[in-house]
Write a protein that binds this ligand. Structure first.
Ligand code: KG4
Ligand code: ZN
Length: 329
């Protein structure tokens, strides 16, 4: 079976073709540069960019996979969570293909897609814990089986990737913030300043306090001090951000007795994060191929394939679910 996967949840238009065994036959992704000047994603601009890019990227995906339209057995698209207008563009496009080719349409939860990203190119069997660390979500999930999830912890406010983006904005480092903070932090001392790590009496994340404490720290310093020590500040921020992720994951292990952990989502591409988790979890932590950490079409196609194989199609009357959580329907 071959399935086309489409993700238009945010500022990346992503298409891919995946076949049996979660083998990626092709992919084509474009990140919208037009948001950069605004320091964040502008929903209307994202929707228009998806409309412009989708036909071309779909064509490229099919060409790279070496197939024509009639080589597709299904088409999957992200139904949510994400920006409503942006989601709508991908879903209408996918439903149109499904109707024209008379192949099933599969609506996919973007967060489930991130969990499936770990299966692209390697074998991973549940049960395990999954930390989804992205720009919109910070969830710790108990994956009882593929398709069966129990959310153990969510963020009370900002997501960890969102915190990277906001801290980068405070320091004038551009958007998205994660890659630039990681680059600068490589030469920095993580013990230069100790930013606070929140403690709760139950499992949960919170990143808005960390962002505020970076803001206060920066505004209290002279500009020359900040620019001279920018690497140390980035490394110290990263250390606090990742320590919180790690502590909650260790809490999840204690709660469930499950030690196998997968870490997915855009933030999981970060090498310092990977090293920190490898030190704590050793062989028990598994990461997706870095290509599939950030938003991509292959993880949506992979999830779609899993559902397609089980006859779990989505009716063409289904709408988008911009706030869809993983454990809701
Ligand atoms: O999963 P993703 O591509 O999109 C969402 O579903 O949100 O994640 C995007 C997030 C952004 O906040 C971005 O700053 C962050 O992932 N990110 C990183 C790195 N690369 C991307 N954060 C830390 N280090 C990185 N190298
Ligand atoms: Zn994502």
């Amino acid at each position: 079976m071959r399935i086309l996967g489409i993700d238009t949840s945010c500022d990346e238009t992503a298409c891919a073709v995946v076949t049996d065994g979660f083998r990626v036959l092709s992919e084509a992704t474009r990140t919208h540069d037009e948001h950069r000047v605004f320091g964040g994603v502008v929903p209307e601009i994202a929707a228009r960019a998806h409309m412009r890019l989708l036909p071309r990227l779909t064509k490229i995906s099919l060409e790279r996979a070496g197939i024509s339209w009639d080589g597709l057995d299904g088409v999957a698209a992200t139904l949510g969570p994400g920006l409503p207008g942006a989601l709508m563009v991908g879903v209408v496009f996918a439903k149109t293909i499904s109707q024209a080719l008379k192949v099933p349409f599969v609506g996919v939860n973007h967060l489930e897609g991130h969990i499936f990203s770990v299966l692209l190119g390697q074998r991973v069997d549940p049960p395990f814990l999954a930390l989804i660390a992205s720009g919109g979500h910070t969830d710790l999930v108990h994956v009882l089986d593929w398709g069966r999830y129990r959310v153990l912890a969510r963020t009370k406010d900002d997501a960890v990737g969102e915190c990277f983006d906001k801290v980068a904005r405070i320091m004038d480092l551009g958007y998205p913030g994660g890659p630039e903070i990681e680059r600068l932090a490589r030469d920095g001392n993580p013990d230069f300043h100790h930013f606070p790590v929140p403690k709760f009496d139950h499992l949960g994340f919170s990143y808005s306090g960390l962002k505020t404490s970076v803001l206060y720290y920066i505004t209290r310093q002279e500009p020359w001090f900040v620019s001279e020590n920018i690497s140390h500040i980035c490394a110290s921020f990263q250390e606090a951000a990742f320590l919180q992720l790690l502590e909650v994951c260790l809490g999840g292990v204690e709660m469930t007795g499950v030690r196998k952990l997968v870490v997915v989502g855009g933030v999981s591409v970060n090498q310092a994060l990977r090293e920190k988790f490898r030190r704590a979890f050793g062989e028990d932590v598994i990461f997706p191929d870095p290509r599939y950490s950030t938003d991509n079409g292959a993880m949506i196609a992979g999830t779609g394939l899993f559902r397609l194989e089980r006859g779990l199609f989505t009716p063409l009357s289904a709408g988008v679910y911009p706030s869809w959580e993983l454990d809701e329907g």
